[in-house]
Design a protein. Structure first.
Length: 59
């Protein structure tokens, strides 16, 4: 996984956590859900990059 990808995914994850926390603090359920969604997207991207890395190591 490239450093740019790692930074981007971590940024999206942290942004999602911030949205989730803000949504909880303000009672905004849609903001909280959006934060969960951002975190899930970040996790999926990380998983995809890890699979790519595993195939590169095998070659």
């Amino acid at each position: 996984m490239g450093l740019d990808d790692k930074i981007g995914n971590k940024s999206q994850d942290l942004g999602g956590k911030a949205k989730e926390g803000f949504g909880k603090a303000t009672g905004d359920e849609s903001m909280e859900a959006e934060g969960h969604g951002d975190q899930a997207k970040s996790s999926l991207k990380d998983a995809g990059e890890n699979i790519k890395d595993a195939f590169k190591k095998d070659k």
